[in-house]
Design a protein around this ligand. Structure first.
Ligand SMILES: Nc1ncnc2c1ncn2[C@@H]1O[C@H](COP(=O)(O)OP(=O)(O)OP(=O)(O)O)[C@@H](O)[C@H]1O
Ligand SMILES: [Mg+2]
Length: 248
């Protein structure tokens, strides 16, 4: 075990103070995806209710392993400064967070995050709450200054509702990307009950859900590339190997 202050660790925080907005569902599905892809990810369950930890306990032993950390026995404030010990092979840490967070906790959770994903249910009240929360987040986490990335996922969505259109309008006015629209689908409920993710369910069953989830994973991967420090700077133009030159 090593301390996670490593250049290659990608820290994904799932946040929304509104209960039931789909945080845990998204967190466990991201963990499942990265477990399948390898190397073993770590799922950090900051919610005292421990739903992500319960999901991990239900996880069948023949599935790719996800390392679980449950820091909620202490306070988030004291323990979430990324000083938690992670397995050496982990290059992705997914942090599920509780509904109610105070300003200090929000700051601690986001301070060293590489990407922050806010799942929002497209209902009028949830959009209003999300607007306030995102304003607070932009101020507190100083997203742009630290080059952190923030994205929204619409969760439990029924197609083409007025609320979804409102959510899209609201986000485009803030220039925050809405990276995926997850259907209201029993597949998420079934997968959660079985301790697996959508990517681990039969392809024919999840064909309407997997495409949007893949958009979330692609965005995470892009954010990883963006955050990765340039270890080997590109050679100057004249030093490029022949194979790297465009063919005429
Ligand atoms: N896309 C979806 N389709 C259908 N049901 C969903 C979907 N996403 C989440 N759910 C269900 O909605 C409920 C709330 O989801 P979840 O627990 O992920 O929200 P949460 O934001 O983590 O809630 P809390 O703030 O209480 O921790 C759960 O019962 C979950 O199974
Ligand atoms: Mg939760």
């Amino acid at each position: 075990m090593v301390y996670p202050h490593r250049d290659d660790l990608h820290k994904i925080v799932i946040l929304n103070p509104k209960g039931g907005s789909g945080k845990t569902t998204l967190a466990v599905n991201i963990a499942s995806y990265f477990a399948l892809r390898g190397p073993m990810p770590t799922l950090i369950d900051c919610d005292p209710h421990g739903f992500a930890t319960e999901w991990l306990r239900r996880r069948p032993t023949n599935r790719p392993i996800i390392h679980g950390i449950t820091p909620h026995k202490h306070s988030i404030h004291a323990t979430i400064s990324w000083q938690l010990r992670l397995p050496a092979e982990t290059d992705t840490a997914i942090i599920d967070t509780p509904a109610a967070l105070d300003g200090a906790e929000l700051h601690d959770l986001t301070y060293e995050a590489n990407c922050i994903i806010v799942p929002i249910m497209p209902s009028a009240i949830d959009i209003r709450n999300a607007a306030k929360f995102i304003a607070e987040l932009l101020l507190l986490a100083q997203i742009e200054r630290h080059k952190r990335t923030l994205a929204i996922v619409a969760s439990r969505t029924r197609h083409n509702t007025l609320a979804l259109k409102q959510l899209m309008r609201f986000l485009s006015s803030l220039r925050i990307p809405i990276i995926a629209i997850l259907r209201d689908s029993q597949n998420f409920v079934q997968a959660a009950n079985e301790g697996i993710g959508i990517h681990e369910m039969p392809a024919y069953q999840v064909r309407k859900d997997i495409g949007q989830l893949n958009l979330v994973m692609r965005w995470i991967e892009q954010s990883r590339q963006h955050n990765r420090p340039a270890k080997d700077p590109l050679p100057m133009q004249d030093e490029r190997p022949l194979s790297g030159r465009p063919l005429h």
